[in-house]
Structure formats: structure tokens, C-alpha cells
Design a protein around this ligand. Structure first.
Ligand code: HEC
Ligand code: HEC
Length: 384
């Protein structure tokens, strides 16, 4: 076992935790009118194998690398890249080897699987920088870790239909009338990034269009994420991210839109097509109905509804990238009543190189929100 394997992934998460708020998945979907997403080779200086993908998807591939190999961002980049994003363009041995790995992976899929992306970094690495060569006796005789529902779920015999699951969810959330009457959410709360010592104040403005603006006030400045039906942006302090203004595209944007709809139960079902209900599974000892569907941009989402309460407890969504799926998961809890609608007052967002928890301390329903709230945010400036 490589000693590298555990520490780096945690370190990677720590560095990036606050930075990657709400970033998600992938793929070359249309940009908002008049704004073409910046491609990786335009946004960055030294791109050789991951060209032609939007910058946000490129950053997602870095998450795939970290999660697959257990390596920290700074392991694969140069030692001194920690404090200086420009240094990420420099090459070192691991970075060069990684490029060869991308080509090898593509060659394996082309030669053996008709170009289908069935072998990815994760297939071999499973969180280790050097894949294990020896069959593990321990693994053979230990109980396997819990299954994460990822594979295509098919409608299972004896399970409720998608409509039945959604019907129960709407009833549990307050009924068709009250959920449909929820037109906005204005909230204040606290957010804690993975391995952050202190919680940071956060403001949230959302509508069922879906639109959502999240402003996280951190010591290095504000991180503002804006999601609209046709565009999204992430404006972060330059110290936190290589691109201080990152447009969100493709399934990154579509996944984020789905997350907004978790706060507008009446609209959630409409965001999915081709819905199937699989066999129930357990989350934290509670049985859940597992429902899967397709989201715009050809992403996939899996929703888990508590069998007893009917409420949404988990959402997993992903899109594809040249090096494997870019997946994000949200776990919802602490459902409380707001204007007759049950909404989660706590949730945790986990992605391939970071995790953040949120809790609402003050929430209002149906207050008018100025349209300008959902404009492209201004760049983040250092706090005064
Ligand atoms: C397993 C190795 C590996 C890990 C881990 C990794 N990277 Fe990379 N990174 C690469 C490679 C390889 C490239 C160049 C890709 C190419 O040539 O197409 C790259 C390129 C980049 C670039 C573009 C630099 C430029 O200007 O050319 C940035 C920014 C970047 N990585 C950020 C990150 C961040 C942030 C993380 C942690 C979340 C990370 N990387 C983790 C291997 C890695
Ligand atoms: C078919 C299996 C396989 C796939 C797919 C694969 N790798 Fe590897 N990778 C290996 C093996 C085996 C090694 C170790 C080689 C050695 O020991 O010299 C390795 C080594 C590496 C190393 C060097 C680690 C070190 O500590 O020196 C990095 C970085 C790496 N792989 C990244 C990736 C990334 C990123 C991807 C996806 C683009 C990927 N690999 C896909 C099998 C694979």
C-alpha cells in the first residue's frame, strides 16, 4: 500500500473545500446566448491532452484525478504550486505520467470496448496512486463497503412507480397546493467546508425557475455562485481558485439546477425524464426508495426518498468527462416547516475534491427577490 494514498485526498479536499462549492459535473452543453464557455486550452497555459472541454469540466477532471489516485492537487503539480496558481502549468514527473495514463485509458477503451468509456482512472486506481497488484485476502473475507447506487437502475418488480414515489414526496412536503405556492426562498445560514475550523456565514436566494444565488462570506473574500436556467457562474477569491470567474456549463449547471429544485418540491419531478425506481436501499439505517432519471445535458440523477417519511434524503448527480464521471452528492436532513412546506434546513454537498455542509438559521418563503440578484456576479474582492 502506498503511504501517499490517504493523506493527499484529505489535503486535496481541505484546500479546495470552500473553493468548489456547488461545482458539479460536465459536458459540452450550449452556453448562454452570446457567451461561449471558455475552453480548457484558452483558460489555462499548458493543456496537452484535455483540450476542447469547458473550463469547469476541466476542473472536474482534476477532481476525478484526485479521487481516483488519492493524490493531492499539489502532489501532481509542483511543490511550490500551493501558493501560486500560475505554477500549475509547470510539468513534473507525475503530471507527465498522468497524461500518458489518459492516453493509455483511451487506447484500452478503443481497442477493447468499442470506444465506450468503461475503463477509467478509478477502475484501476480505486483511490491509490499505485494500483494494487496482489489479490487482497483481507478484502476477500471482510464485508464489502456499502454499494453506492450508480449503475443504471431499472424499474424493479414490486416497487412503486415513479409517480407513486413523487406523489408521496409531494404529500410529505405539504401537498400539491402549498408546494406549488412556494415562489421563493430567502435564507441566511452557516457553511462549513471539509476540514475548515470555522463556519462561514452564507446567504441564499432561490426561486423555482430555477434560480439560486449563494453568497459565502469567507476570510479571503466572498464566494458567489449564481445558477439560472440558462447560465451559471462561480466567482471566488483569486487565492481560492485558478479561475476566479468560472462559468458553469453542461451537466455542472444542470446538476446545480436540480439541487435548487430540492427546495421547490413541486418542480423536482419535471426536471427528470426516463425515470425508474430500483430496489430500496438503506441510508443511515433508514430504508429509502431509489429513483433514477436523466437530466438535461444527458446527465443522470439518483434520488433517494425516505420510505417512511417520503422526504428526499439524498441526491446524486453526474455527467461524463474524458476521464470518467464527475459526480456530486447532496444529503438532506432536518426538515422543517416553511410556509406549510417541509424543507431541509441542513444539507451536505460532497464532490470529488471537497465537501461542504450547510445549515439555515433564518429562512423566509415567498419574499420577492429582485431579478438582478441572479445576474452574473461581480468578481470577488478581498475583504476590507
Ligand atoms: C493525478 C495527477 C493530478 C492531480 C491529482 C491534479 N492534477 Fe491538475 N493537472 C494534471 C495534468 C496531467 C494536467 C495537464 C492536463 C493536460 O495537459 O491536458 C493538469 C493541469 C492542471 C491545471 C492547468 C494549469 C495550466 O495553466 O496549464 C490546473 C489549474 C490544475 N491542473 C489544477 C488542479 C487542481 C486544483 C487539482 C486538485 C483538485 C489538481 N489539478 C489535481 C494532473 C493532476
Ligand atoms: C489499466 C489500469 C490503469 C488505468 C486505467 C490508469 N492507471 Fe494510472 N497507473 C496504473 C498502474 C499499474 C500504475 C503503476 C505503474 C508503476 O508501478 O510503475 C499507475 C500509475 C499512475 C500514476 C503514478 C503514481 C506514482 O506514485 O508514481 C499516476 C499519477 C496515475 N497512474 C494516474 C492515472 C490517472 C489520472 C488515470 C486516468 C486518466 C490512470 N492513472 C489510469 C494503472 C492504471
Amino acid at each position: 500500500m502506498q503511504m501517499r494514498s490517504k493523506r493527499p485526498i484529505l489535503a486535496a479536499m481541505a484546500t479546495m473545500a470552500a473553493a468548489w462549492l456547488f461545482t458539479v459535473t460536465v459536458s459540452g452543453q450550449a452556453a448562454p446566448a452570446g457567451e461561449r464557455p471558455q475552453m480548457s486550452e484558452e483558460a489555462f497555459k499548458n493543456i496537452q491532452v484535455l483540450k476542447g472541454i469547458p473550463a469547469d469540466q476541466f476542473m472536474g477532471t482534476m477532481g476525478v484525478f484526485s479521487a481516483a489516485t488519492g493524490l493531492n492537487c499539489t502532489d501532481c503539480h509542483t511543490e511550490d504550486s500551493g501558493g501560486d496558481w500560475a505554477k500549475y502549468a509547470d510539468d513534473n514527473a507525475l503530471k507527465r505520467q498522468t497524461r500518458r495514463m489518459v492516453l493509455m485509458m483511451n487506447a484500452i477503451n478503443m481497442a477493447n470496448f468499442g470506444g465506450r468509456q468503461v475503463v477509467t482512472c478509478f477502475t484501476c486506481h480505486r483511490g491509490n496512486s499505485r494500483p494494487t497488484v496482489m489479490p487482497s485476502i483481507d478484502l476477500l473475507y471482510s464485508s464489502p463497503p456499502p454499494e453506492e447506487p450508480g449503475e443504471p437502475i431499472v424499474q424493479a418488480p414490486g416497487q412503486p412507480t415513479p409517480d407513486q414515489v413523487f406523489e408521496k414526496y409531494i404529500q410529505a412536503s405539504g401537498g400539491a397546493q402549498r408546494t406549488a405556492a412556494l415562489t421563493s426562498l430567502t435564507a441566511k445560514g452557516l457553511s462549513l467546508g471539509f476540514s475548515d475550523a470555522d463556519k462561514a456565514p452564507v446567504e441564499i436566494y432561490a426561486t423555482p425557475l430555477p434560480q439560486r444565488t449563494t453568497i459565502l462570506h469567507t476570510l479571503s473574500g466572498d464566494t458567489t455562485t449564481v445558477i439560472t436556467p440558462t447560465a451559471g457562474w462561480l466567482a471566488a477569491p483569486p487565492t481560492d481558485r485558478p479561475l476566479p470567474m468560472l462559468p458553469l456549463t453542461g451537466t455542472d449547471l444542470e446538476g446545480a439546477k436540480l439541487e435548487v429544485l430540492a427546495f421547490f418540491p413541486a418542480r423536482l419531478k419535471q426536471a427528470l425524464t426516463n425515470i425508474r425506481v430500483g430496489y430500496p436501499t438503506e441510508i443511515d439505517g433508514k430504508e429509502v426508495n431509489v429513483l433514477q432519471g436523466t437530466i438535461a445535458g444527458n446527465g443522470t440523477a439518483t434520488l433517494c426518498f425516505d420510505k417512511e417519511t417520503g422526504l428526499l434524503t439524498r441526491m446524486i448527480h453526474w455527467g461524463t468527462s474524458p476521464v470518467g464521471r464527475i459526480v456530486q452528492r447532496v444529503d438532506y436532513s432536518d426538515y422543517r416547516d416553511l410556509a406549510g412546506v417541509k424543507l431541509p434546513f441542513k444539507w451536505t454537498v460532497a464532490w470529488l475534491n471537497g465537501r461542504s455542509s450547510f445549515e439555515l438559521t433564518d429562512a423566509q418563503a415567498n419574499t420577492p427577490i429582485a431579478a438582478a440578484r441572479f445576474n452574473k456576479p461581480a468578481p470577488s474582492t478581498p475583504p476590507k
